[in-house]
Structures are given as structure tokens and as C-alpha cells.
Design a protein around this ligand. Structure first.
Ligand code: C5P
Length: 215
């Protein structure tokens, strides 16, 4: 079975999708982590992120493993390193790069061939798995999403302001929704869930109910 969960940054998708996958006993595909890992590899190699071919060459060359909650880049645990503000902001180059997307989409489909998955991202319901049995669009209001992101970054020891986080989120939303390849759009057959005012546990319960109805 394929469950897809798409939505904007900060809607609480990652933690809810991970918990849902654990409850179902499915594999969790954190596809945002893959775009982040390609970006981290490119930054470390000193690759110009605007050089589309060079960035695509990095994507073709790296080995990304999603191991439970851990993200491995060529075997190294980069779970924390891919979530810094710097990498989050720079990930737009990988996300806008058609060749990088093609490579990562291929990988995502291969993984889903092997087992039941909960696949989370922006284009999972529309581009990667248009035939998924269960599609969810997880969202929240802009202010709630920015506040969550801000608190998360501060907890990680980053020096950011609320204003800066909101501004970057607005830029990311706009790019995510307007990109040529794999834009964030709600699939017509996706069920929309707003996480505003819901506790993390209540979100997972709601998602489980939806999946059970799709089975
Ligand atoms: O979900 P997360 O915030 O980790 O994603 C990081 C970035 O990767 C997002 O801003 C988005 O632009 C991009 N992304 C994407 N397609 C996906 C998942 C993430 O373009 N399937």
C-alpha cells in the first residue's frame, strides 16, 4: 500500500508521517530529506548550486539512505546536518533542478516497489505516486507553521528571528507552489487535513482513521 502525504513547510508533516508509518508498520519516505542531502553534499563539495549540471552530477553520484529516523549520506549520519537553516534555505536549488528531481523520483518509486510506504513531500500524490491508494494533503495556517519552525530552529540552537523564519517560509511556499517540475498542489483526490489546533497525537489519530478508510 502507498500512502502519500503532501503539504507546505511547517505543517507538521515529517513527525506526523513518521509516527503514522511506525503505527502502520510501513516504511517512511522522507523525500524532503533527500533534496536536503543532495544540497548538503553539493555545499560540502563546493559545487555552485546554480550550476544545474554540476548539481545533477552530485545527485547522480551520492548514496542516500533513509534508515528509520536517520538520513545517511554515503553512509554518514547527516540527520541533523540536513536540517540547519542554511541547508533548508539552499535546498531550493535541488528542488528546482529537473535532473535532480528525476533522479530522486526514480529512487522513491524503487523503494515503494519493495514494501508498503508512507511517502511524504510536495509531489508524492501528484507526480511520484499518482495511483497511491491513500492521499493526504496536510496543511496549517501560515502563522502556525512559521511559529513551529521558529521554535524548532531555536531548540536546535540556531540564532534566527520570527520575522526571518516567516519571510523564508513565504519564499519557500511561493517557490514550492510555482515550480515547473513537481510543484506543490493538492491532488484532486487527496483528503485535506489542517493541523491548526491539533496536538501531534491527534494528527496521527486522524491520519490513521483516513488510512483505515482507504484500505
Ligand atoms: O519537507 P522538507 O521541508 O524537508 O523539504 C525540504 C525542501 O525540499 C522543500 O522546501 C521543498 O522545496 C523540497 N521538496 C520538494 N519535493 C519533495 C520534498 C521536498 O521539492 N517531494
Amino acid at each position: 500500500m502507498i500512502v502519500t502525504i503532501d503539504g507546505p513547510a511547517g505543517a507538521g508533516k515529517s513527525s506526523a508521517s513518521r509516527a503514522l508509518a511506525a503505527r502502520l508498520g510501513f516504511r517512511f519516505l522522507d523525500t524532503g530529506a533527500m533534496y536536503r542531502a543532495v544540497t548538503l553534499a553539493a555545499v560540502r563539495r563546493g559545487v555552485d548550486l546554480e550550476d544545474e549540471e554540476a548539481l545533477a552530477a552530485v545527485a547522480a553520484d551520492v548514496e542516500i539512505t533513509l534508515d528509520g529516523a536517520r538520513v545517511l549520506l554515503n553512509g554518514e549520519d547527516v540527520t541533523r546536518a540536513v536540517r540547519t537553516f542554511e541547508i533548508t534555505t539552499a535546498t531550493r536549488y535541488a528542488a528546482d533542478n529537473a535532473a535532480v528531481r528525476a533522479r530522486l523520483v526514480e529512487w522513491q518509486r524503487e523503494w515503494a516497489n519493495e514494501t508498503d510506504v508512507v511517502a511524504e513531500g510536495r509531489d508524492q500524490s501528484t507526480v511520484v505516486f499518482p495511483h497511491a491508494e491513500c492521499k493526504i494533503f496536510l496543511t496549517a495556517s501560515e502563522g502556525v507553521r512559521a511559529e513551529r519552525r521558529f521554535l524548532d530552529l531555536v531548540a536546535r540552537g540556531e540564532h534566527v528571528t520570527r520575522h526571518e523564519v516567516l519571510e523564508k517560509q513565504q519564499q519557500r511556499d511561493s517557490r514550492d507552489c510555482t515550480r515547473t517540475h513537481g510543484p506543490l498542489v493538492k491532488a484532486p483526490d487527496a483528503i485535506e487535513v489542517s493541523t491548526d489546533g491539533l496536538s501531534p497525537a491527534a494528527v496521527v489519530d486522524r491520519l490513521l482513521e483516513i488510512v483505515e478508510r482507504c484500505r
